[in-house]
Design a protein around this ligand. Sequence first.
Ligand code: ZN
Length: 363
Amino acid sequence: MTTPPNETPVLATNPASPGAPLGEAPSRIAATVDLGKDGKQHGYLRVPHSRNDSAWGFVQIPITVVGKGRGPTILLTGAAHGDEYEGPISLMKLSRAIDPDSITGRLIIVPALNLPAVKSATRLSPIDGVNLNRAYPGGRSGSISAMIADYVYRELVIAADIVVDFHSGGKTLDFVPCAVMHQLDDEGLFQQTLEALKAFGAPVGLVLRELDDEGMLDTAVESLGKPFISTELGGAGRVTAETMAITDRGVTNLLRHFGVLEASADPLGIGPAAVAETRLMHTPDADCFIASEHAGMFEMVADLGATVRKGDPVGRVHFHEDASAPAVTYLAGHDGLVLSRHCPGLIQRGDCLAVIATDFPSR
Ligand SMILES: [Zn+2]
């Protein structure tokens, strides 16, 4: 266990809402579970959502809380984006299978955080068009995404010692499965998070410097000095047996790493597999992110996971309305690995065409 237990957990039912700014009213979202209670509870986060087809309706986001005694509290969230599936599926399996007697501490599991987006298989909320992972810290009086972000931040994140937020590439991107952390200025928090990143055991552990981190859950958690792990576990709007196995193994490894899950417990049935070796990589500058400057038909030249040298072709854009126009070839800006790629057959100007990751310098 690398994180001290949260000795005084803050409860979602606490009317003082300690995560809220001074004088601000509590969240408008109510939980049907008690975050401080031992045992296993399945329930909902009830988000008020009055609409044409349900005047006094709610959006009911499933939540499972599992607790036993004193130990770290881990918040596990999936589907901030509604077209990313590995994390949500693994967390639903965990919610059903976890035996409270096999843990020490507390798990707060929200597999389908952006439930409206999950139901429409879209990245953004179909209700307000907002990207939930750019809506933090949110606001109680805002649209539905702002309300969800506000609740997550001031009730769940405040109650947690560690936050793990599962992402995949969605319909438009695919990734070499990776666990992700940010480059952090706080050396102690960086090392603590790096150990968790390695423990996850994904094929790649990515130390990411975001191009745009405004409003992310990641940034909100890190600013509180708490370890935050994210993932990109595949993509293309579907899962594979391989990406699910990596996810189930990673979830189990992380819970064991933080001392919450007994070493002998195996709720996701990963078997006796040891923690796999992780290749630590990073994206040191903007040259790692290749953006298309053309719209057309997309040809991948170097497949996902391929090793490339600086200057190697990665992809081409063909102009299907003009057969005489030569295709444009996009080149790798670094030696490294093709970590991510654009998925649809057509590409637009400004789309992320590919991401090249390079090996993280040993330290
Ligand atoms: Zn995502």
